[in-house]
Design a protein around this ligand. Structure first.
Ligand code: PRT
Ligand code: ZN
Length: 283
């Protein structure tokens, strides 16, 4: 049995559960429940506030956890970062009132900075040789300058909309964060094996993200050119069709390049192009 800590509610809850589900691990999202159990995998789920997840994994109350890198860095506890999960992306940045004449980091000398991430901020300031005073506020940090209790803030930014609506501008991006899978560094052999088999599934899910499966019929004398447009993991699959002079070509494409490649393939004479959802990729 392995125990994972995930956020009970909030921005990372849904995607954490979805990742488990896509990995074939079914757990019910009962928000009021503290401890759940997967139906088809030896896994328990501990639902917590994100702030508590790094410590709980570090002290072994949970074996693994899904949490923002920002929380891991803030808590500074000994956990192993096993995977970056590609969701919950944001940055932790310094922001100043928009009419401040910001000239560079020196601006912060002697200023008061409000934040919910005092440890990351203090580390950054001391690395840069800036002496400023750090005021810890849990929640609504962005109103601190307008409320007259700080000169600047250090907070999470994603779209930047919150800063704009509070008359602030982002001036230094200190930490890029996303959801990460963390593990207790001294897992038993049994738990390590369960983690490895879970990672195998998570990686298969991760490798399929942003990719599509494409198949088409193509004149056989154009197959070589088509293969140059469509490099697959090893090489595309080519099969002769019953109609002579035609082949069926199958491959995997990055979604971002999909339409560009489809146009090129059509120009080569490809027909009956099918684009399918990819569920898992096992290399
Ligand atoms: O209750 P609990 O303590 O578990 O949750 P929480 O309220 O502390 O955290 P939650 O659910 O808001 O965020 C969980 C994690 O999501 C964070 O630790 C980050 O790793 C990640 N994340 C990603 C974000 C954002 N994007 C984000 N935009 N966390 C917070 N925000 C806030 C930001 O502080 C700002 O005030 O959302 C606001 C909107 O941001 P803009 O820039 O899009 O306007
Ligand atoms: Zn929190």
């Amino acid at each position: 049995m392995i125990r994972i800590a995930i956020q009970s509610k909030g921005r990372l809850n849904e995607e954490s559960l979805e990742l488990l589900k896509d990995s074939g691990v079914t757990v019910d999202n009962q928000k009021r429940k503290f401890l759940g159990r997967a139906a088809n995998y030896p896994l328990e789920v501990l639902y917590l506030r994100d702030d508590d997840i790094p410590e709980v994994v570090a002290d072994g109350s949970a074996d693994i956890g899904i949490v923002g890198l920002n929380e891991v860095e803030e808590k500074g506890v000994a956990v192993e970062i096993v995977r970056q999960l590609g969701f919950g992306s944001c940055r932790v940045s310094l922001a100043v009132p928009k009419d401040a004449e910001y000239s560079g980091l020196e601006w912060f000398q002697g200023k008061i900075i409000a934040t919910s991430y005092p440890n990351i901020l203090k580390r950054f300031l001391s690395e840069k040789g800036i002496s400023a005073s750090v005021r810890t506020i849990m929640g609504s940090v962005e109103i601190a300058p307008a409320a007259g209790i700080a000169d600047a803030i250090f907070d999470i930014v994603s779209s930047g909309g919150t800063l704009i609506s509070n008359g602030l501008v982002e001036v230094e991006r200190v930490l890029y964060s996303q959801a990460v899978l963390i593990a207790n560094p001294s897992l038993s052999e049994e738990k390590r094996a369960l983690l490895d088999s879970l990672l195998f599934r998570i990686d298969a899910v991760g490798s399929s993200r942003g990719k599509k499966y494409i198949l088409m019929n193509i004149p056989s004398d154009k197959v070589e050119e088509a293969i140059n447009i469509l490099p697959a993991m090893r090489s595309p699959t080519v099969m002769p069709l019953a109609a002579s002079g035609w082949s069926s070509l199958h491959s995997v494409v990055e979604e971002s390049e999909l339409w560009d490649k489809v146009e090129k393939l059509k120009a080569l004479g490809a027909e009956g192009i099918l684009i399918l959802q990819l569920d898992k990729v096992i290399a």
